[in-house]
Design a protein around this ligand. Structure first.
Ligand SMILES: CCCCCCCCCCCCCCCCC(=O)SCCNC(=O)CCNC(=O)[C@H](O)C(C)(C)COP(=O)(O)OP(=O)(O)OC[C@H]1O[C@@H](n2cnc3c(N)ncnc32)[C@H](O)[C@@H]1OP(=O)(O)O
Ligand code: ATP
Ligand code: AKG
Ligand code: FE2
Ligand code: MG
Length: 369
């Protein structure tokens, strides 16, 4: 029983037997729950919900004896809505991702592709947009423009591309993870190029939370939509199921001979022997994943550019944290260097400002982000 409580802590409350727990088991569970609620656990609740959390804890305590089964509805990773089936909720709890087939229409994806091409042809100028070239291409000789782009970052000011972030069918899922107040914090269109022979088209295994100076992690989710069929051949997403239950790890540039793209940090000491899952997807399929889930993508061994569009969402009542003195300090410094160059601001700019100015409300109220 205790093992069950410890390993499936988040889901355990939904599988607790209705038989009364022993005194020791109750103590363990209560200690665990209170560490969750007081924030010593990574998946802590937002500050402003503390009093509600305390009420809930009191409620749980009252319910524990004699009937622990009455705390059935407490599943912290997802919210109860009419959308997710119990199987889908449990799948996300256990694996840290959820794949929904055929969520975005062909028509929408074709429109995003056209908007992307207009940007590559430099027919539109989008404020704040970062166009990234693959490091192998950037360092080689002339490459025609459309083919040189490996990633668009920060398309929040392009109305057509940003439509992706507000698609009602996406937001309905996002709400299950963030709750009703939703901020689009980071936008990306990835145009993974055919590998130029140096394996630079790989994206090292990482946790997206490394880049984010806001919490709680459990109220952040990424949606990633395949804009065409993605396979192991053209470098689909690779995930390590269940790693979202761990903590944020140290990230660094991997030591790759052929070079690594700017800011492509990987988890330090990545063990390639760990069981991984390749997420092959059809055009329009969408995966939602937790920011602690370790993921990356392999090299693109085809001649096509593998396209995907994505957005990171966070609950409007997430709050910023100071990452000084944490494992995230290295990415903060890099991001601030780029921000100083990009926005031409000196001195008093903070990591959180870089996020605050890019975040956009897509549903409900903008609270602390
Ligand atoms: C305000 C922005 C700050 C941002 C902050 C915060 C975080 C962003 C990530 C959020 C993450 C969310 C989730 C997880 C995401 C994981 C990722 O995807 S991380 C990777 C994201 N990558 C970036 O954000 C990189 C952004 N790119 C850039 O800033 C630029 O494209 C650039 C790499 C700085 C290149 O600038 P540019 O001026 O356009 O390029 P050039 O003048 O041609 O080259 C200058 C110099 O840089 C070399 N170079 C070019 N491309 C690359 C590359 N891809 N990788 C490494 N180096 C590159 C180029 O060779 C030149 O070098 P030289 O030595 O001077 O010749
Ligand atoms: N040292 C490392 N640090 C972080 N991530 C790594 C490291 N080495 C490989 N990876 C990542 O592991 C994932 C798997 O990559 P890789 O290209 O080796 O295999 P694959 O494409 O999944 O399968 P295969 O090429 O065998 O068909 C990719 O995300 C890759 O970037
Ligand atoms: O599309 C990919 O290759 C992975 C992108 C990714 O994980 C990221 O940018 O955070
Ligand atoms: Fe990522
Ligand atoms: Mg590969």
């Amino acid at each position: 029983m205790l093992v069950c409580v410890r390993t499936c802590v988040r889901a355990c409350v939904c599988v607790l037997p209705s038989a009364p727990l022993t005194y020791g088991q109750q103590t363990f569970l209560l200690l665990y729950l209170s560490s969750v609620f007081t924030g010593s656990y990574t998946g802590l609740l937002p500050d402003r919900n503390m009093s509600r959390a305390a009420d809930r804890l009191r409620l749980l305590i009252n319910h524990l004896d004699p009937s622990p089964a009455s705390i059935v509805s407490f599943i912290p990773y997802t919210f109860e809505t009419d959308l997710l089936t119990p199987e889908q909720r449990v799948f996300y709890e256990e694996n840290g991702f959820l794949l929904i087939k055929n969520l975005v229409s062909e028509e929408d994806i074709d429109r995003f592709r056209k908007a992307f091409e207009r940007i590559c042809r430099q027919e539109v100028k989008v404020p704040g947009l970062v166009v990234m070239r693959d490091v192998a291409i950037a360092k080689s000789e002339f490459v025609p423009d459309q083919k040189a782009v490996s990633k668009l970052q920060d398309f929040q000011e392009d109305p057509e591309l940003f439509r992706y972030c507000s698609l009602p069918q996406i937001l309905k899922y996002v709400e299950c993870f963030t709750g009703p107040n939703i901020m689009a914090m980071h936008t990306m269109l990835i145009n993974k190029p055919p590998d130029a022979g140096k394996k630079t088209s790989r994206h090292p295994m990482h946790q997206d939370l490394h880049y984010f100076p806001f919490r709680p992690a459990d109220r952040i989710v990424c949606s990633w939509t395949a804009m065409e069929k993605v396979t192991r051949q053209n470098g689909c997403l690779v995930v390590l199921p269940g790693t979202h239950q761990g903590t944020l790890q140290e990230h660094d540039y991997p030591e790759w001979e052929g070079g690594v793209n700017k800011m492509y940090h990987g988890v330090r000491g990545y063990d390639p022997q760990q069981p991984r899952v390749h997420l092959e997807m059809e055009k329009g399929d969408t995966v939602f994943f937790h920011p602690l889930l370790i993921h990356g993508s392999g090299m693109n061994q085809t001649q096509g550019f593998r396209k995907a569009i994505s957005c990171h969402y966070a609950s409007g009542d997430c709050y910023y944290i100071d990452v000084k003195g944490t494992t995230q300090e290295n990415i903060e410094n890099e991001a601030l260097d780029i921000a100083v160059r990009k926005y031409g601001v000196e001195g008093d700019v903070h990591f959180k400002d870089v996020w605050m100015i890019r975040g956009r409300l897509v549903q409900g109220e903008r609270l602390s982000l």
